[in-house]
Design a protein around this ligand. Structure first.
Ligand code: BGC
Length: 248
């Protein structure tokens, strides 16, 4: 079954048709710039443009950077506040004329990693963290997703964890990789204290091999700690998987 997966991020909206039985993209991904402010109507128009690129009529899975329940956005960090309370599923269905499923972006990336990537065949408690502008989290217990965990919003050092330990904080505060790894270590230790996972998968931009070489050896965890395998494509693949139950 082929499903269009679309990942809505702070800087880009990326989509590709995905074979959800293999996790492979069946076309190159297509990317448009996220409209400034990321207001719901503008994002919906850009999502529509992505679907038009593929002349898409089938089901669509969308990964969004907010907590989502029954298609409705419950939070909005690094995206316009007017998303809160918006029925994103209805909005995107209307804009595209297609059946739509909406999932948190970190949950989507986690779903892809647990099904096809670094978490494949791992039972027990698996925590997937996506580290970029924010920190996204997804939690699996015996391969079952516990949705909307939002562990990037844990409070630390008088602020929220992602404002202090995400990759954007490393850039903003001009930290060396070693100095950033010290912060991220404190965050990981806190997450481990709360959940005692068996495996932690690190995703997002920092999971590229060139990047992991800078800091992975500095981090110490009780859980096995591994970089994500699907990197930039995880959100698209997981979003498509989340729409598996939809029919045309
Ligand atoms: C949002 C999460 C999202 C993460 C990664 C956080 O700011 O609250 O919902 O998963 O960023 O995009």
């Amino acid at each position: 079954m082929i499903i269009l997966g679309i990942d809505v991020g702070g800087s880009g909206i990326k989509g590709a048709p995905v074979d959800v039985s293999t996790g492979r993209l069946v076309h190159d991904r297509f990317r448009l710039v996220t409209p400034p402010g990321a207001h719901p109507g503008d994002v919906a128009a850009t999502v529509r443009a992505v679907t038009e690129q593929f002349s898409w009529r089938g089901p669509i899975g969308l990964a969004m950077p907010f907590r989502v329940k029954e298609g409705v956005a419950k939070t909005a960090a690094n995206i316009d506040d007017s998303w809160i309370g918006t029925n994103a599923r209805k909005l995107f269905a209307k804009a595209t004329g297609c059946k739509v499923a909406v999932i948190n972006d970190a949950d989507a990336a986690g779903l892809a990693e647990i099904t096809f990537g670094a978490g494949k065949d791992h039972r027990g408690t698996v925590l997937v963290l996506t580290v970029g502008t924010g920190i996204g989290s997804s939690l699996f217990v015996n391969s079952r997703l516990v949705p909307n965990t939002e562990l990037g919003h844990l409070r630390m050092r008088g602020t929220i964890a992602e404002a202090w330990a995400a990759n954007s904080a490393r850039k903003r505060d001009a930290l060396t990789w070693r100095a950033w790894a010290e912060r991220f270590q404190a965050y990981l230790s806190y997450a481990e204290f709360l959940l005692d996972p068996d495996l932690i998968v690190l995703g997002g931009g920092i999971s590229r091999p060139k990047r992991t070489a800078q800091y992975l050896h500095l981090l110490k965890t009780s859980a096995e700690l591994v970089p994500a395998l699907l990197q930039n494509e995880a959100g698209i693949i997981g979003a498509a998987c989340a729409a598996r139950k939809l029919r045309k």
